[in-house]
Design a protein around this ligand. Structure first.
Ligand code: ADP
Length: 852
């Protein structure tokens, strides 16, 4: 084989490989082509779909859409845009945007820049709700909102713009309608006589009507929604805020009374504020509708009438009239006046400012100061002095400045009066039938209130009633004074009556001691004894009542058994009961009943009731004294078959000096104070007493109810009680008897001598001291009420004499109160006896004294 063959074989194999490669490559290219074709088809399909979506979107969307190229020429226009502009897509495509989308400004039709062109130029979004008007091809105008956005490629290159706009004319119409109805509402609100306001659901006040600006003098918007703040009374602010926002939260009706400053008068006026929530169909609050109504006149009338009623009630209390007047003045402020004064005429004719009450306490001083520095002249032409002079009211709705200047004395006076901010005033006389007692002055200041004729009538009426109350109080005072003097007189009388009784009793004792008397003399002695005893009882009663009246009686309470009390009472009344031949039945429970009581006083109570039964009953009647226990109380019942008590007298029977029949002739008849004593003593024992009777002739029943003492603690043996009844044989003594009543001194002296004692008498203080020094007595019986030197002083001096410290000093006095006993003890007395002295008591004391 030749070289050519080899070359040829080589060439062939190369050609074959090439051909194979070409084939492979071609095959690959074909496959790539198929793939590319597939991809292209897919892309085309996707694009077509997207375009269809865009087109469908554009044609179905409610907004108008126009797109332009970078030159601002229209590339597309959707059906809504075609409808609104009046251009079809074919007509519009390629047209400059300004021709198709012609707009002017909504307010005032001023030229406006096309937002799409602006967006194209600036490469940003422009517009939105910009209130423009689109003028269609046929000249139709529509309110639109528009906006535009640039179309950019992936590198941010601006390719054109898309303009979107919508017809808002319907909405604009709604808004316009709303605006008009709002304006109409405001016109209506302005026509209302009240202040009217509205607020948003959150409470923000967004409108006040014209009345508000007239009343406040503010200009619209001056204080925003808080324009109530500067004029609301400071005391009402918090209350109003709390209530208002409470209602805003709860949706409840808002209703409250408060005070607004009145710029014309500078004072405050009362208003009623109300607000109602306005709700939509779903019940949501969309607005608050509020009103402020001036209720000043009614509110003040209401306050005035409440004041008048309260003041009248105060007058009826009839306490001491000065405090009553103070109270009336305080009630007047602020209900009826900003300040009130009460001036009264003193006994000498001068005027006294009794009360000053001011709404502002710092001004009270000012009123006082003006009165002190510039006292009103009796000849004054206005005010208090004029009213005192004429007895007629003086009033003024508003005091003119020139008058104020004329009435004041100098610059300083005028300055002080100005500080009071005096507005309106009424000076009403406190005039009763006979006298003008003073003047009641009401004045207004910061409240800005002015008095009218109705206020004058009210003030005069009150002043008149006040005057009557003053007169009544004065009469009552006089009555009480005379009552006091009567009580004082009674006390004196009883005391004075007691003194002569002592010597009479002593004289009787002397008669008795004289041995067997002639029968006539014995009879006379008994008569005197009985009558003195009777008189003594009356005087004791009289003394007791007046002591109770003066609060001077003191109980000596101890634990006592009721049976002891009853026994002692029965003993005391027995003579009278027996004298009239009555039958007494006493019933006491067997168990002991203990009381915390004054034995003497309680037996006096029961004896009084028994005596009354005996007195007010025909001969041979029946009396029942029954004791019953009822829980923690004991009932002591005294019943009789006597003359009874008429129904109308039952409630008065315990009053002092009350007697059913004054003419009733009974030797034991009293003064009408026995039951008064009974009642007061029982009350002092925390008990009660009642009278019952079926009427005249039907007998009477008195029931005393007393608390039983708490369970008894073991009692110490009562040493004193065991001494009672012990027979005492007195040792013979040297006795000095001192009394300025000669009969008393001498008769007691004679009695003591008859008992074997050595007696010396003296009749005044110095004489007593002298006698004590010379006579050197073991015992001195010393009266307290002595001339020249009283008994206390005499006692002190006797104690200082030689041997004076050891002798027995016994006070003899008409006054046996704790206070008197304390004083005599302080003065150095050993014992204290009340007159008339019971011989047994004196003997007891003498027996206990040691001869010096
Ligand atoms: P006095 O007995 O001193 O008049 P009292 O205060 O004890 O005063 O009694 C007042 C009056 O009450 C008596 O005057 C009498 O009219 C009436 N009275 C009291 N107790 C009785 C009684 N048991 N029965 C009828 N009347 C009585």
């Amino acid at each position: 084989m030749g070289q050519n063959d080899e070359e040829e074989r080589l060439l062939r194999s190369v050609a074959l490989r090439n051909a194979q490669s070409i084939l492979v490559a071609r095959q690959r290219a074909e496959e790539d082509l198929v793939r590319a074709k597939d991809a292209l088809e897919r892309k085309t399909r996707e694009l077509a779909h997207s375009l269809a979506v865009v087109r469908a979107t554009l044609s179905s969307i409610g907004d108008g859409v126009i797109t332009t190229d970078v030159e601002g020429r229209i590339t597309a226009l959707n059906p809504v845009a075609a409808l609104l502009t009046g251009w079809s897509e074919e007509e519009a495509r390629g047209e400059p945007l300004d021709r198709v989308f012609r707009i002017v400004g909504g307010d005032g039709r001023h030229p406006v820049e096309n937002p799409a062109l602006k967006s194209l130029r600036e490469g940003r979004v422009v517009g939105l709700a910009n209130h423009t008007i689109l003028i269609a091809k046929d000249g139709t105008e529509r309110a639109i909102d528009d906006s535009a956005a640039p179309i950019e490629d992936e590198q941010g290159q601006v390719l054109g713009v898309v303009l979107i706009f919508r017809d808002v004319s319907a909405r604009r119409k709604d808004e316009e309608r709303l605006r008009q109805s709002e304006a109409q509402f405001r016109r209506l609100a302005d026509a209302l006589p009240h202040i009217v306001w509205t607020a948003r659901p959150d409470g923000f006040i967004d409108h006040y009507n014209e009345r508000w600006y007239e009343f406040t003098g503010f200009s619209r918007g001056e204080y925003g929604d808080e324009s109530w703040k500067p004029i609301l009374h400071p005391e009402d602010v918090q209350r109003c805020l709390d209530t208002y926002y409470g209602c805003v939260l709860s949706g409840d009706l808002y209703r409250i009374e408060y005070r607004f400053k009145d710029r014309r008068t500078g004072g405050y006026r009362w208003f009623l504020g109300q607000a109602y929530p306005v709700r939509d169909e779903q019940g949501r609050i969309v607005r608050w509708f509020g009103t402020c109504t001036d209720i000043d006149v009614t509110k003040r009338a209401e306050q005035s009438s409440r004041f008048l009623a309260d003041a009248s009630a105060t007058l009826a209390e009839l306490a001491d009239y000065e405090s009553t007047l103070h109270k009336v003045a305080s009630l007047a402020v602020p209900a009826f006046a900003d300040w009130c004064t009460v001036d009264v005429r003193e006994a000498g004719g001068s005027m006294r400012r009794l009360a000053v009450v001011h709404a502002d306490p710092s001004k009270v001083q000012l009123v006082h100061e003006i009165f002190r520095r510039y006292p009103p002249k009796p000849s004054a032409t206005h005010g208090v002095m004029k009213v005192m002079r004429t007895g007629e009211s003086d009033w003024m709705a508003r005091i003119p400045e020139p008058l104020l200047a004329a009435l004041t004395k100098d610059e300083e006076h005028l300055r002080l009066v100005h500080e009071l901010e005096l507005g309106s005033y009424i000076c009403a006389p406190l005039k009763s039938r006979t006298t003008t007692h003073g003047v009641l002055t009401f004045a207004t200041a910061e409240s800005g209130r002015t008095y009218d004729a109705a206020d004058l009538v009210a003030a005069e009426d009150l002043a008149h009633r006040t005057a009557i109350a003053i007169e009544n109080a004065k009469l009552l005072g006089a009555l009480q004074e005379s009552d006091r003097r009567k009580d004082e007189f009674l006390a004196m009388l009883a005391h004075e009556l007691r003194n002569p009784l002592a010597p009479i009793r002593n004289a009787v004792e002397i008669f008795r001691a004289q041995g067997p008397p002639v029968p006539e003399l014995q009879w006379a002695t008994e008569v005197i004894d009985r009558q003195v005893y009777q008189m003594n009882r009356l005087v004791d009663d009289l003394l007791d009542v007046s002591r109770i009246t003066w609060g001077k009686i003191e109980l000596r309470k101890e634990r006592v058994e009721l049976a002891t009390i009853v026994q002692s009472a029965v003993e005391a009344s027995r003579p009278l009961i027996e004298k009239w031949g009555h039958e007494l039945t006493v019933t006491i429970p067997p168990q002991p009943i203990e009381l915390e009581a004054d034995l003497t006083r309680l037996s006096q109570v029961i004896a009084n009731l028994l005596n009354n039964s005996a007195k007010y009953m025909d001969q041979a009647g029946r009396i029942w004294l029954t004791v019953e226990r009822e829980g923690g109380h004991v009932l002591i019942r005294v019943e009789d078959t006597g003359i009874g008590i008429p129904d109308e007298m039952l409630h008065r029977i315990f009053d002092m000096f009350t007697q059913v029949d004054h003419s009733l002739e009974r030797s034991e008849g009293g003064l009408g104070i026995g039951l008064t004593l009974v009642q007061r003593l029982v009350e002092m024992h925390r008990g009660t007493v009642e009278a019952h009777s079926e009427g005249p002739g039907k007998g009477s029943e008195f029931v005393v109810r007393l608390p039983v003492a708490a369970a008894a603690a073991s009692r110490a043996p009562d040493g004193a009680a065991s001494d009672v009844g012990k027979v005492v044989t007195p040792a013979l003594r040297r006795i000095l008897v001192v009394d300025d009543n000669w009969d008393a001194a001498d008769s007691l002296g004679m009695l003591l001598r008859m008992m074997g004692h050595e007696v010396h008498t003296a009749h005044d203080g110095p004489e007593a001291v002298g006698a004590a020094a010379v006579f050197r007595p073991d015992v001195v019986l010393l009266d307290i009420g002595l001339p020249k030197l009283n008994g206390y002083e005499v006692a002190r001096r006797i104690r200082k004499l030689e041997g004076g410290a050891g002798l027995m000093l016994i006070a003899l006095t008409g006054w046996g109160q704790e206070e008197d006993r304390r004083r005599s003890k302080e003065a150095g007395f050993d014992h204290h006896l009340t007159k008339p002295v019971e011989l047994a008591d004196l003997q007891g004391l003498l027996a206990g004294s040691e001869p010096s």
